[in-house]
Design a protein around this ligand. Structure first.
Ligand SMILES: [Mn+2]
Length: 344
């Protein structure tokens, strides 16, 4: 249920209205917009009717929200959520995702392999105009015999790369027990395989860092938003959604990039959405055109795998772009972004 308050509602009346709702055992999410204040009711509202609220002078209207996700839904929060990555750190250039004016690119190798490799990749993606450095330290691999990542050493190398370039860093968290190592990570990725690891999501709700939540291989949009809800309901509203390809019946690409998720998510949710064309298609030559398509679909940011020497990469070798191709992609992407008045 959402209750929309009249523009002229006084702060003290709003407070007592909210107290009244809480006394009924419900949670409250308040969204203060430029024009109106919206009170979202969290919990079991089945015994309430919208008419119950209309008797109150400060209430303009009330309506039921049928979607199971509340805090993630646009009806609870009509204005876009804008997330800042890497704020308030000396030497780090913060990156804003979701402002509608920019199309920042998160780029870097699939895995952090060596110091030399991640520092070279960081400098290359920065030179090409990327705004956030990515690199996997903890790797969820299909085979237990594949490279599993450098772990905490990989995070230490990402910190070095951040110091060298000023780029905020993004890396994946797989287990709650590793969270203590993520204090200097600026954007915590929850991978497709963990997108319904609810205990992990709850912990990230209590942690104070922005989260990049990837859609599961066979996750529905509603399930993705419910996972976002887990993080938000536990106190962290800095959630960014990521479409990275879903599994379908055809195997000509690694996954199937669901671009229609972008306009749909923008309609039903206020959270920013990132497109990851690299994991979606798994084919190097297809990444540039899918990046342009993502820009046209209205993605708020892109995540692209780049490696200085893709043929020697320890993971996802076939989809990583060398810096020369990434630079070309960025030049072209800038033109697509400009069509809608956006810059990289
Ligand atoms: Mn990868």
């Amino acid at each position: 249920m959402i209750v929309i308050l009249k523009k002229e509602a006084a702060a003290k009346d709003i407070d007592s209205f909210v107290d009244g709702i809480k006394q009924r055992g419900l949670g409250v999410h308040i969204s203060k917009g430029v024009d109106k204040t919206i009170i979202g009711l969290l919990g079991d509202t089945s015994k309430l009717s919208p008419e119950d609220f209309l008797a109150n002078d400060i209430v303009e209207s009330a309506e039921r929200v049928s979607a199971p996700y509340k805090m993630a839904s646009r009806s609870f929060h009509p204005e876009n959520t804008v997330v800042t990555i890497g704020a308030n750190q000396e030497g780090v250039i913060p990156c804003v995702i979701g402002d509608g004016k920019s199309l920042p690119v998160i780029a870097g190798p699939c895995s952090v392999e060596t110091e030399e490799q991640i520092l070279a990749a960081a400098q290359a993606v920065k030179k090409a105009g990327a705004r956030i450095l990515r690199g996997g330290a903890y790797k969820p691999r299909t085979s237990p015999y594949s490279f599993q990542g450098l772990g905490v050493e990989g995070i230490r190398l990402l910190e070095k790369a951040k110091k060298l370039t000023g780029l905020p860093v993004c890396t994946e968290l797989m287990a709650i027990s590793e969270l203590e190592n993520f204090e200097n990570v600026d954007l915590i990725q929850v991978g497709a395989r963990n997108f319904q690891n609810f205990d992990l999501l709850k912990e990230l709700g209590k942690f104070h860092k922005p989260v990049l939540l990837k859609r599961g291989l066979s996750g529905t949009i509603s399930e993705l938003l419910m996972s976002a809800e887990y993080i938000m309901a536990n106190g962290n509203e800095n959630v960014i959604l990521c479409e990275r390809g879903i599994r379908t019946y055809d195997g000509y690409t690694r996954n199937c990039l669901d671009l229609s998720a972008v306009p749909y998510l923008h309609k039903v949710s206020h959270l920013p959405i990132v497109i990851d064309p690299s994991h979606a298609c798994g084919i190097r030559w297809m990444v540039p055109v899918l990046s342009s398509a993502a820009a046209a679909a209205g993605a708020d940011a892109l995540e692209i795998e780049v490696h200085c020497c893709p043929e020697k990469a320890w993971s996802d070798a076939s989809q990583q772009l060398p810096p020369s191709e990434f630079e070309k992609l960025m030049d072209k992407l800038a033109k697509y972004a400009a069509v809608e008045g956006r810059t990289l």
